[in-house]
Design a protein around this ligand. Sequence first.
Ligand code: AP5
Ligand code: ZN
Length: 208
Amino acid sequence: MNIVLLGAPGAGKGTQAAKLVEEFGTPHISTGDMLRAAVKAGTPLGKKAKSYMDAGELVPDDVIIGLVTERLQEPDTEKGFILDGFPRTSAQAVALDAELSKLERPLDAALLVDVDSEVIVKRLTSRRMCRDCNYIGTAADKTCPKCGGEMYQRDDDNEATVRNRLDVYEKSTAPLIDYYRGCDLLVTIDGDRDPDVVYADVKQALGL
Ligand code: AP5
Ligand code: ZN
């Protein structure tokens, strides 16, 4: 499967990707996770990205496109990939098309996980993540249920930044919904249900 997960911040893209990875072992390419790893490691990329991320703004296209293009050239993606958080702008979508046609690996689907904004604000302000394995949980998880690691709150999961991320999504990323509809790749899934129910629809949409 070669898929793109689309959806507002907090729609549940990472949660659904984790389920697909667990069941099918498909490589998960999350630009947010890649950037947070770079910030943690203090690399030049991390230093450049941090201020954009903390403000809920997008990291410049050239930086992100280079990162994803390189990752797609790694051999494990020959068995498929789940792109999560990329593309987020029209320029990123065009660059992705060009790279995938060069690699002769066309997209099978763009899955839109659809959730209302006010539900998202509640979800993201109570989200916690594992420092060690990136497990996505909530404030109820005092330690990571997967590895026992420390749970933390992302710097961009405060209400003001979440609202800015939602505005940025509407302005820069939501137009991609029409883009993928035009390519006949768009599948919309109601993400405001139990995560396992959402996952059943994801699998059905992908013919899995
Ligand atoms: P990124 O990490 O990609 O953040 P995001 O798109 O804002 O998405 P999230 O990770 O916040 O949400 P999600 O949809 O994965 O939801 P999750 O499954 O965690 O990007 C962060 C920043 O990096 C950006 O702001 C930008 O600065 C930069 N960046 C990244 N990619 C970029 C790009 N391509 N271009 C430029 N800049 C880029 O779920 C959220 C919560 O809800 C969790 O607590 C979860 O447990 C809960 N939940 C999930 N599903 C359900 C459900 N069905 N019911 C109830 N609760 C649920
Ligand atoms: Zn963990």
